[in-house]
Design a protein around this ligand. Structure first.
Ligand SMILES: [Zn+2]
Length: 388
């Protein structure tokens, strides 16, 4: 079946198309063009979103849960509820993200998440939901000094053998891994993971500059929640942040909730990484979309009060949603809505090398898109051409 969508504008997101026609067939985009170039094909149903904007669906590569569900603890039948919640905030793809837990609990969680990734896509009767595309291992190979709330007893010295056991438990669905490069054995694991096309992201790290550079040489090409859980930047001893901000070969992500990093520093980050390499993440936990209270983040208990998540005084994830992160960028910086959208769509897809079918509105890509108001409010989310 062929459906044609139109609205006031469309973000590809590299460029803006006015009076767009987005043609969808069998869940994929078959054509994108402007009405000024081409007449509407005859006998096609036109879905008109008026003065709204069409943009690729958001892709959250670092998320632990939402709507009361934790991705390491949820029963398989519950995950679609998280997917539906995420879709209401414009997210169409995500990487469920683990935290450091006992290896046995981690293997068990990875197996269930792999099942969710392999599950057949939702069909017509089901609510529209974001799809888990791969798994992000945040830990267990993290620095004790910069572990944040990851429990110290579950941090593990990196070895290729343990990495392989995690990989096998996830049946090859590990697509991203946060690792501290200064921990003995890390560089070898970085090389092996990069070889398996995992997006190796340096973070939760106390690395000095030379080690951060060694990590990039070994195959790391991204950084996790820049500034948070990292050796702080010093102008004479820049450390890992000096490498992350200055090396144009690597992309990096940030939590733009105004709590984890001040708005001014978000602006500095955006300038440093630029329109092509800045990535927005939420680092959201199960409490997202829920009232204040006590929640789980893997094995960690988290208290949520006034939108701030803490465990024993340390920040423990966020209750940020991706649509708010996008709007925040337009408030914290001089980036326009299209540029902010790019950091939540194409840039994360490129960082994890899934850019052909995800994060873009172009011929051949999945028909996953969000209908936004000019102010960046999500009006509707379409997954595989469904949901309008
Ligand atoms: Zn996290």
């Amino acid at each position: 079946m062929k459906t044609v969508f139109t609205a006031h504008r469309l973000y590809t997101p590299i460029e803006e198309i006015s009076a767009p026609l987005l043609i969808v067939e069998d869940g994929r985009i078959s054509e994108v063009f402007s009405r000024s170039q081409t007449e509407l094909p005859a006998h096609t149903a036109l879905v008109d979103f008026g003065d709204a904007i069409l943009a690729p669906g958001f892709f959250d590569i670092h998320i632990h849960g939402g709507a009361g569900l934790d991705v390491m603890r949820a029963a398989p039948a519950e995950l679609p509820r998280l997917g539906s919640f995420l879709a209401t905030h414009g997210v169409t793809s995500y990487f469920p993200t683990t935290v450091a837990a006992s290896l046995d609990a981690t293997y068990a969680a990875l197996e269930l998440l792999a099942n969710a990734i392999d599950a057949p896509p939702a069909t017509n009767g089901d609510p529209v939901q974001a799809r888990p595309l791969g798994i992000h291992l945040e830990g267990p190979f993290l620095s004790h000094k910069r572990r944040g709330v990851h429990p110290p007893e579950y941090l593990v010295t990196p070895t290729v053998e343990i990495f392989d056991r995690l990989w096998q438990a996830a049946r090859g669905h590990v697509r991203m891994m946060t690792i501290a490069p200064e921990v003995p054995g890390a560089l070898e694991v970085i090389a092996e993971a990069a070889h398996r096309n995992v997006c190796v992201s340096i973070g939760h790290s106390d690395a000095e500059l030379p080690i951060a550079k060694d990590a990039v040489k070994a195959g790391a090409h991204h950084a996790t929640h820049t500034f948070n859980a990292m050796r702080p930047l010093d102008h004479r001893e820049p450390g890992i942040i000096g490498e992350v901000l200055s090396d144009d070969r690597i992309s990096a992500d940030i939590i733009a909730d105004g709590i984890h990093v001040s708005p001014e520093v978000v602006k500095v980050f955006l300038r440093a990484k630029g329109h092509e390499r800045a990535v927005l993440i939420t680092d959201a936990i199960s409490a997202t979309g829920m009232p204040d209270g006590r929640y789980q983040l893997g094995p960690i208990q988290v208290d949520v009060k006034d939108g701030k998540c803490t465990s024993n005084g340390s920040l423990a994830g966020s209750v940020l949603t991706m649509d708010r992160a996008v709007r925040n960028v337009t408030k914290f910086s001089n980036w326009n809505l299209r540029e902010a959208v790019r950091a939540a769509t194409l840039n994360p897809a490129q960082a994890v090398t899934m850019s052909d079918n995800h994060g873009v509105l172009a011929r051949g890509a999945n028909a996953d898109f969000v209908v936004m108001s000019p102010a960046g409010e999500v009006l509707k989310t379409i997954v595989a051409g469904r949901g309008f």
